[in-house]
Every structure is written in C-alpha cells, then in structure tokens.
Design a protein. Structure first.
Lengths: 429, 336, 234
C-alpha cells in the first residue's frame, strides 16, 4: 500500500510538472527517469543482491552508448578497407599477447616466468602499435570533417540495446576477474579506474566513434517529429484533441520512447524478481549476508560475485545504449562520473538497496529532484538575494552559484537517508 | 655533447616534472593511507577535501593580495596555507562529528563508510563549487623560474634548455618538510605513537587506555592538513580546477594501494612510482633518442608509448598489477 | 572477601547464558588459575571479570569497590591489566614502544617500571629496538605481559599465555609469572595446560559448562582423584 502510494506520488510530481510547465518537459523527465530506474536496477543487482561496490557505472554506461553508433549508423565507405581490418588485427594481436602472458604466468615458474611475461607484453605492445597506428591514421583521414571513423553496420537501433549490454558485460568480466575476491574497497577503486579509462578511450579514439567530435543523427526506433507533422492523418487526429501539430508530434514521440523504456524496465524487473526468488537468488543473498559461512558450505563466492557483477554491468550498458538512442547522439564529453556513477548510487540507496521496486522508485524520484533542484535553487537564491542591492558582487556570486546546489543537495539527501533510513524508501523484504 | 643534451632534455621534461608531481601524489596518498590506518576505510572524499582546502587557500590569497601583502619571490598562497589548513581542519572535525562518528559508534562495515564518504564527497564538491566556481584558476604569483630555459642555454651553450620553475622546487621542499614533520610526529610524540598503536591493534590500544576519539580527531586534522598542502602545491604547480582534483583520486588511491594501504612509507614510494611511470609512459622520447642515436637513425615517430590522455591508464595498470601479484602492496599494508 | 571477587556471574554474549552462577576470587600476591574442558566458558569468565561481557546477575569487586558497571578501560585505570590470547602486541612498533603504550595513561616517570620489565624478561632489553611483529611466539608473549605490567597493575589477567609456545618456553613463562606474583600483584589466568598451571596455582577453579565444578588450592585439586581422572587424564 505504502509502496503504491510512493509510486503514485512520483507519478503525481511528473503530472504536476506537465500541468504547470509543459508536457514536453514532463515527459522528458519521465523518459530519463525510466532509464535512471534501469540503471539503478543494474547497480542494485550488484550492491543489493551481492554487496559489490561498483564505482565505475559511468564507464559501463559510456561503453553501452557506443553500441548504437557501431550497430545502427551507416558504414563509412572505405573505412574497413582503409584500415578497419588492420585495426581489428591489431586488437587480436593485443588480446593474444595478453592471453599468452596469462598462459606463461600459469605454466612457467621463477625468473623464466617474469622474463617471459615481460617479453611477450612488451613485444606484443610494439607489434600492436606498429599495426594499429597507421591503420588508425588511414581511417581517420577519411572525410574527417564528418566521418573519420569506422561507422556502423546500419542495423536497426533497437538491436544496439542488448549489444550495449554485451559490451559492458565484456568489460565487467575483465574487471571482475582481477578485482573480485579482494576486499570491497579495492573493487571500488578498480571500477573507478576502469570508468575513467573507458571514457578516456571514447574521448580520444576518433576512429571508433569520432571521440569528442561526437556522432550525431543516430537512427531512431521511432518516427521523426517532422514526418509526423507532414502526415495529414496525424495532424487531423491532433486537431481532434485540440493540440497543435508541433506539440502533438513531440509529445507523441516522447510517449513512444516512454513505452519502449517502460517495456524494457518491466521486463527487467520481472526477470530480476524471478531471479531473486529462485534458489540462485536466495544463494546470492545468503552469500551477501555471510560470505564466510557460504564459503564454508562450498559455495564459490568469487564465481557467484563475477556472475552478478557481469549481469548488473550489462544492465547499465543497456541503459547507456538507450540514453544514446533517446538523444540520437553520442557525446563522450558529457560522461561525468558524478552524474552517471554517484548519482545512480544515491538512487539505489534512497530507493532501498536490495529491493528492485525501491531501486526503480529511487531512480525516478532522484532524477526528478536532479532536474528540479536547479530551478528551485535559482528561485531560492532569488528569494535570498531579493533584499540585496542590484549589481552587488555578493548577489551576483550567490545567483551564479545556485547552479551548483544540486550536487550538494544530492550529497545531503544521501547522508540523511544513510543515517536515518538506511534501508531506503522501500526496504528489502 | 649530445649525451648531455639528451640528459638535460630528459631532466627538463621527465625527471623534474615527475618529481614535483610525485611529491604531490605522495602527500595526497599519505592522507588516504592515514585515514585508512585509523578509521579503516577508503575515503572517497579525499580528492574533494584537497579541492576545498585549496579553494580556502585561493580565497585567502586573494584577500592577502587585496591587502597588498605578498611574500616577495614566493607565492602569496604559502602565507595563506596555514590559515586554510586550520579552516580545513575545522571542516574535517565538523564532518566527523556530524557524519562519521555515528557509524563508528555503530561499528558499521567499511563499505558503508566508503558510501558515506561518497555523500561527503558530493557535499564538499558542492561547497567548493559554491565558494569558487568550476573554472580553472591560476593563483601562483611571485618569481616564476629559478632557472630559465633561455638563460640556461646561454650559460651552458647547450642546445637544450632546462627550466626549473619555482613552484616545482617549492613543492619538493615543502613535501620533504611536511613528511619529515609527520614522521617525527608519528615516531616521537606520545600522540603520534598512540596513533600508530591504534592503527596496529585497535583492541589492544583500547586496553592500554588510548582514547579512540582523540586518535580519530588527530587523524582527521592531519589528513586535512596533508590534503590542503597537497592540493595547494598541485594548484601552484599546475592550476586549480575542482573536477581535476576529483580525478586525482585515482592516482592517489593507486599510490596508497601500491605502497600498501596504511603504510606511510609505502604511500610516499607509491606516489613517486606512479608519478614517474605516468610521465615516462606519456612522454614522447623522440628528442632524447635523436640526441642519443647516431645521425640518420633518429626515430620518425614521436616514440610516445601512450598519449597523455591515457595517463590514468598508467596508474590503473600499475594498480592492477599490484592487486594481482601483491595485494598488500610493496610495503606490506594492512588490507588484503 | 578476596582482593578481586567475582560472585555468581551469570551472562553471555547473546540470548543464551554461557556463565551460570560462576564465582572467582584472587587475593593479593596470589595466583589463581581457571581450568576446564573446551567450551567450559573459561575465557568467557575472564572476560566477564574484565567487563567485556554483559552480566545479567552477579557482581565484581576489586579491593572492596564494586566495579560491575565499569567499562574495560575504566577497569584498567582501577589497576586491572589484561593480556589477550592473540593479537596482544603492536606488531609494527618496537618492543620499547609497545611497553610505552602499556604505560599510556601514566604521567609519571615510567623508566623504573620499564627496567623492572627488562629485569624480568632480559631478552626484551636486547630486542628493544626491534618490531614486536618480528619476534618469536614466546618473545611476543613476553612483550604482551610486559606491556600489561607497564600500567603497574594490582591484578594481572592472562588469557592462555602459553598457547602455542614450546614446553621449555612455557616453564620459563610460568617462572616469570610466579616472580610477578611475588611482587604482590594478583594473577588470574586461564590455562589449557591444566596440570602445569595448577602446580603453580594458589587457587584453582575448574569450570564445567559455565559453572564452578571444583574449587580448591592448586595442590589439592591436583591430588583430588576425581579431578585427576576427569580433567587431567589420570
């Protein structure tokens, strides 16, 4: 009952926004709210089910965002021939040398092991760079003002969502293999690092997705507003509701997105609820609550942790692909860890760690606050400074800094919830 | 002559900047390792503590400059630093009182404290932005160079110039002084020894009558002072930007873990290891090699192992290698 | 009433009681030993005396003062010292620093006490600049006892001081403990090596399932055929 009321309250907040502001903004908040809910669901799998502290969410989101570019944009003509295959070859060389180094690490012993690993890694690195560098230069030379990247496969963009999940899962496997099984702080720091590195790669490897030059016009899974406005049938129906065609088309497109996101969200909740209540889910929670006992009972704790870490990261990657699809563009410069890692954590903690519905609620609510705190902060500052003389330096400073209020607000919300309601709005059953 | 030129180029572009950077990282890592040793959690707010302390220093520096006070050839910020340290210390104590103490009394798991520190990080980040904004700020004044590249060339007749910025020397001198003071405090004073005892064996420290709240208080004060000093030195050497300081968290944690969490000596070694590797891996060795190799064999490319955009990857790679092969770090820290 | 007297202690860590009406006492300069089978609550009784366990019933007095409600730290200030079974030194601090930490609460000159400890355990004087974590098990036990003595306690409590040390080191350690008791300090210790411990004990307490099963002088317990058969292996 309480939970339904909480969800209704969030729905009401969005509705109030629609009635007092515009439905366009309200639906904008709703759409990103739904994606945030999916992200929170992914992080909640790791933290709530298994107690894993992932601080690299932003990296998995960014990696997922790569998928729409690689899957759905049209291929860049001649890019594969110019250097694409060689880049692929370089990648294979790189992976093969790391694999060989791992094999040496397992088989050989003593000084031979150290020397062998060093030789393979250093040699591999130079061979890799020798193949990679000219290939990249060739690809980036193709029409650099508009392309200069490999391009995509030209497939439907919806396919990119699961692929984004796969990308993130692959990265999670590598990280999990190294850092799981060590104490929790280390996983946090390792994920923090991988997050930074993924973003650095996406900003700088122009051949991949044009780096900070951004990829725009990524195909959409829904019709374009201009098409709808040109469709006499749509204009007529809009007129029937008494709405002008421009507003109607934007709202209609946003509703379509909302439908898609909601479908994904519900499917994920259904799957994770089923998983949580299966023997596998019970085992996960048993491990979380008492790792030592679970290990003593013969459970392979690290292997289970790896599973859940990969699954949760995959969900984050999928959400990343959805964000890029919603925006129709990939802008690596906007991946800020405060926004895409730490904010998600606030969502999970506030919503209720360990509870899927809590994570969803937290995702929607905190996203709403994140959007609204800024205008509220401005209004508050206007109020505070209303008595001050116009043009005073303090007034100008206070008004300018209102924009920074939201980070502080999120921090305070997190600290208050941790202190006074550590189980969140919808606690674990 | 070529050999000397090569050495000068190496010193100018690798050794000197990396030494200054290493000293800054070492001071940052000392703060992280100290909090870990006493409070047993990785403090994610440390980068933003550095930013906040530096923001205090910058504001005070501006105030002093407005009053016409300066230190002559030295940056005015050095005069503001002690006051900023005091302010940061107050913030640390207030944070501990209002936030961390509750979890300490409850004996919360370390990972909860890490999450709590994340909340503190958000708030501190907000305060810093509120105080000073998000833009890049340069606040170094006074003499810019101890050795000027052109003067060096004229004096030595070498092709390569060697520039030694005063902030680099200042960084190293200050860092050495701070580290010496810290080690003297930890090894020779009653309070310092009680902190080491508490870090070593908390239960036995309690049995010996050591007051945990006092130890924790000193730990926060020292960590605040270290963070402010590290932040100001970094800012003087490069520039201040709130987000850059957040990003320093990764190399700082890497330094502390590589050295062994909880080991002060390890934090210093780790800081320099990370700094030297970061600079060496991202420096284009073309110039140095051109001097060293015989004519005609000079490399065509830049001979740069990694682009500077990937400097974080270097700290990360070292971190991963240490975690894989020696999770307690080079100097045997506490954590596994 | 004895110098330390713990009467009818009943309590445990959680819901279930481990101690039932357990009574222990030791007089000035005496050695009292708690022995008994595994799981008899020996260490728990010791911890209860030191205030590391909540008692539901019973009371503890020291020199006539009721200390039942005091925290372990406050009991240290009252003159009790406790040597835990494991983790009883500061491993990355030198031997001398370990001793200094033992005297943390004292504001007077600690040189004299330190010399006494070095007199008792000469090996520690040779190793005073070494880290305690690098010492052998027996030497580490000496550091632990030395650290406790630095508070100048009236009552020294030892939790299985000979666990994991060789028989020769054990005899040596017992000799030192007798020496400490001769200076007027009361000793209360828990021991696995029941026979050897009772040989040096003025008082012996045999606990079974948290209750006093036998209480007598050490020599009398060693002579009691029932005790010998059940607890000392014949």
């Amino acid at each position: 009952m309480r939970n339904i009321a909480l969800f209704a309250a969030v729905g009401l907040l969005v509705a109030v926004e629609g009635f007092t502001g515009s439905w366009n903004t309200a639906l904008g908040i709703l759409n990103m709210g739904l994606i945030s809910a999916i992200l929170a669901l992914g992080v909640n799998m790791q933290w709530g089910y298994a107690g894993l502290f992932n601080v690299g969410v932003v990296g998995f989101v960014a990696l997922g965002g790569l998928a729409p570019v690689l899957i759905s944009t049209p291929p860049v003509e001649g890019a594969m021939a110019a250097g694409g295959w060689r880049i692929l070859l370089a990648m294979i060389v790189g992976i093969a040398s790391i694999g060989l180094a791992i094999a040496i690490n397992r088989r050989a012993a003593g000084r031979l092991r150290v020397l062998g690993i060093l030789a393979v890694l250093i040699g591999g690195f130079f061979v890799y760079r020798a193949i990679f560098d000219p290939a990249v230069a060739a690809v980036e030379a193709i029409n650099p003002a508009r392309e200069g990247n490999l391009g995509g496969l030209g497939l439907p963009v919806l396919l990119a969502w699961p692929v984004g999940g796969l990308f993130a899962a692959a990265a999670a496997w590598v990280i999990g293999k190294t850092a799981l099984g060590l104490r929790s702080d280390y996983l946090a720091i390792a994920t923090l690092g991988i997050g930074e590195i993924i973003i650095a790669v996406m900003k700088n490897e122009d051949w991949l997705a044009r780096g900070v030059k951004n990829v725009v016009n990524i195909p959409r899974p829904v019709p374009y507003e201009v098409e709808l406005q040109a469709d006499p049938g749509f204009v007529e129906r809009a007129a029937g509701f008494g709405i002008d065609p421009v507003t109607a088309s934007t709202v209609f497109v946003k509703l379509l997105y909302a439908g898609l996101f909601l479908a994904v969200l519900l499917a994920l909740i259904w799957l994770s609820e089923k998983a949580l209540n299966s023997p596998w889910g019970r085992m996960m929670r048993a491990i979380r609550d008492n790792e030592v006992a679970a290990e003593a009972m013969g459970k392979n704790v690290t292997a289970r942790h790896l599973q859940i870490f990969i699954l949760g990261s995959a969900v984050c990657g999928m959400a990343g692909a959805m964000i890029v699809t919603l925006d129709s563009q990939l802008t690596p410069g906007t991946y800020n860890p405060l926004r895409f890692t730490f904010l998600i954590w606030v969502m999970v903690i506030v919503g209720g760690s360990g509870n899927n519905w809590g994570a969803v609620l937290g995702g929607m609510l905190i996203w709403y606050l994140w959007i609204k705190v800024e205008p509220w902060g401005n209004a508050l500052m206007d109020l505070v400074t209303s008595g001050m003389a116009d043009g005073s330096a303090l007034k100008a400073h206070l008004q300018a800094s209102a924009a920074h209020m939201r980070l502080m607000t999120m921090g305070i919300v997190l600290l208050l919830v941790l202190r006074f309601a550590p189980r969140g709005l919808i606690p674990e059953k | 002559m070529d050999l000397v030129n090569a050495l000068v180029a190496l010193a100018n572009f690798v050794l000197i900047p990396a030494t200054a950077y290493g000293a800054q990282l070492a001071l940052g890592a000392l703060g992280v390792t100290l909090i870990y040793g006493i409070l047993r959690f990785s403090n994610f707010a440390h980068g933003d503590t550095m930013a906040l302390g530096t923001a205090f220093t910058i504001l005070l520096t501006w105030g002093l400059q407005g009053l016409g006070i300066s230190l002559g050839p030295l940056p005015t910020a050095l005069l503001a630093l002690p006051f900023a340290i005091a302010l940061t210390g107050l913030v640390m104590l207030a944070t501990d009182r209002s936030v961390y103490r509750f979890y300490r009394k409850k004996k919360a798991a370390p990972v909860i404290l890490v999450i709590v520190s994340m909340g503190v990080m958000f708030v501190m980040n907000g305060i810093t932005r509120f105080l000073i904004g998000v833009d890049e700020i340069r606040f170094a004044d006074g003499e810019r160079f101890l050795i000027n590249a052109r003067a060096f060339k004229e004096a030595t007749g070498l092709e390569e110039g060697l520039a030694l910025r005063s902030t680099q020397v200042l960084t190293v001198v200050t860092a050495v002084a701070v580290v010496a003071l810290l080690f003297w405090f930890l090894n020779n004073t009653r309070t310092g020894k009680s902190m080491r005892a508490f870090s070593d064996n908390e239960d036995l420290a309690l049995l010996s009558g050591i007051n945990p709240e006092r130890v924790v208080m000193y730990a926060w004060l020292i960590a605040g002072a270290l963070a402010t000093t590290a932040g100001v030195l970094y800012g003087l050497d490069k520039s201040f930007k709130a987000f850059t300081y957040f990003q320093l968290l990764l190399p700082i944690f890497a330094s502390a873990i590589v050295g062994g969490l909880g080991s002060p000596l390890g934090a210093i070694a780790g800081g320099f290891l990370i700094a030297y590797s970061e600079v060496a891996f991202t420096y284009a060795f073309k110039k140095v090699l051109t001097y060293l190799l015989p004519d005609g064999m000079a490399p065509e490319g830049l001979v740069q192992l990694l682009s500077t955009d990937y400097k974080f990857a270097v700290s990360f790679a070292i971190l991963i290698i240490v975690l894989l092969f020696k999770p307690t770090g080079l100097f045997k820290g506490k954590a596994v | 009433m004895s110098y330390l007297s713990a009467e009818a202690m009943t309590g445990g860590y959680g819901a279930a009681d481990i101690l039932h009406e357990c009574t222990i006492g030791v007089d000035k300069g005496e050695i009292a030993v708690i022995v008994g089978p595994n799981g008899a609550g020996k260490s728990t009784a010791m911890k209860a005396v030191f205030g590391m366990l909540n008692l539901r019933k019973g009371r503890v007095t020291l020199g006539g003062d009721d200390i039942t409600a005091l925290s372990p730290q406050d009991r240290v200030a009252k003159g009790m010292a406790f040597v835990p079974q494991t983790n009883n030194v500061f491993p990355t601090m030198t031997v001398e620093e370990n001793l200094e930490m033992g005297a943390f609460l004292r504001r007077d000159d600690i040189r004299r006490t330190m010399d006494q400890v070095y007199g008792l355990f000469p090996i520690l004087k040779d190793k005073r600049r070494q880290n305690a974590g690098e010492l052998s098990g027996g030497q580490r036990q000496q550091v632990a006892v030395g650290r406790a003595l630095m508070t100048e306690p009236q009552l020294l409590m030892l939790d299985e001081p000979t666990a994991g040390v060789s028989p020769i080191v054990m005899d040596e350690l017992f000799d030192r403990i007798i020496e400490v008791a001769r200076t007027g300090i009361s000793i209360l210790m828990v021991e696995q090596n029941a026979r050897q411990a009772l040989e040096i004990a003025d008082k012996g307490y045999v606990l079974v399932q948290g209750r006093n099963a036998y209480t007598d002088t050490g020599a009398a317990l060693l002579a009691d055929p029932e005790v010998r058969r059940t607890f000392l292996g014949g």
